[in-house]
Design a protein around this ligand. Structure first.
Ligand code: ATP
Length: 214
């Protein structure tokens, strides 16, 4: 089975997240994508952070009616900050066997990986799918970043795949461009603007009912 792993703060989950993962699932014929909210994102401030339970509930509600998506509380159950390398090992131990894992990262997260715990080991542990976010830049920034921060020896093949003799491939995926961020949603709520169309209806109602991000 091919399973995508998609972590995030999901504060809140939005239609950008949902649009890109539906595209990736179809494009790479993944059997499932597992979304896992982070408990304590090591790189983000906790200002305006909804509780782990609320973020989890919003993610569950957002994918409930979509086929082939699961939600895991794997990072919420662990003590301390959520490090991706630990999460990957845990998923492998839990589901291992014949599951082939792919790590899904937005390009901003990908370019941030040098500040992550044991970042290079992530690329030794599983193939990565990078979902382009914002302005399309072509492959040059990815090529130089990979060479400098992941490993020497990657070669760019057709279909935007960087391959290596000993390491897992890194695929750069030209997902539909959806310029939505959780920050934008929180800011809109603060300033009394509508978030309709930016998040699924379930999430909009959840936020309103619980009076989040005011
Ligand atoms: P915030 O604005 O609070 O920083 P965010 O919108 O970036 O949040 P996260 O939950 O931090 O959302 O994102 C989880 C993952 O989804 C990250 O890998 C991020 O790069 C990716 N991502 C989020 N929104 C988009 C988008 N619109 N297009 C492509 N990737 C995205």
């Amino acid at each position: 089975m091919d399973a995508g792993l998609f972590g995030g703060t999901f504060n809140p989950i939005h239609n950008g997240h949902l649009g890109i993962i539906q595209y990736v699932k179809e494009h790479y014929a993944l059997d499932t994508i597992i979304l896992y909210p982070s408990a304590l994102p090591p790189h983000k401030s906790n200002v305006d952070l909804a509780s782990a339970q609320d973020r989890m509930s919003m993610v569950e509600g957002a994918v409930e009616h979509l086929n082939g998506f699961q939600v895991s509380d794997i990072e919420l159950k662990r003590q301390g900050p959520s490090f991706t390398i630990d999460t990957i090992s845990q998923f492998k131990t839990l589901l291992g066997g014949d599951t082939c894992f792919y790590l899904l990262l937005g390009s901003d997260a990908f370019f941030d990986t040098p500040s992550w715990k044991q970042a290079r080991q992530i690329f030794q542990a599983l193939p990565v799918i990078v979902m382009q976010r914002g302005e399309r830049t072509g492959m040059a920034p990815f090529a130089s970043f990979i060479d400098e921060h992941v490993s020497k020896g990657y070669k760019l093949k057709h279909d935007n795949i960087f391959i290596h003799d000993r390491l897992f491939p890194i695929r750069i995926c030209n997902v539909p461009r959806i310029d939505i961020s959780s920050t934008q949603i929180r800011n809109r709520i603060k300033s009394g603007q509508s978030i309709s169309g930016l998040v699924p209806e379930y999430v909009e109602t959840f936020i309103r009912t619980k009076d989040l991000y005011k």
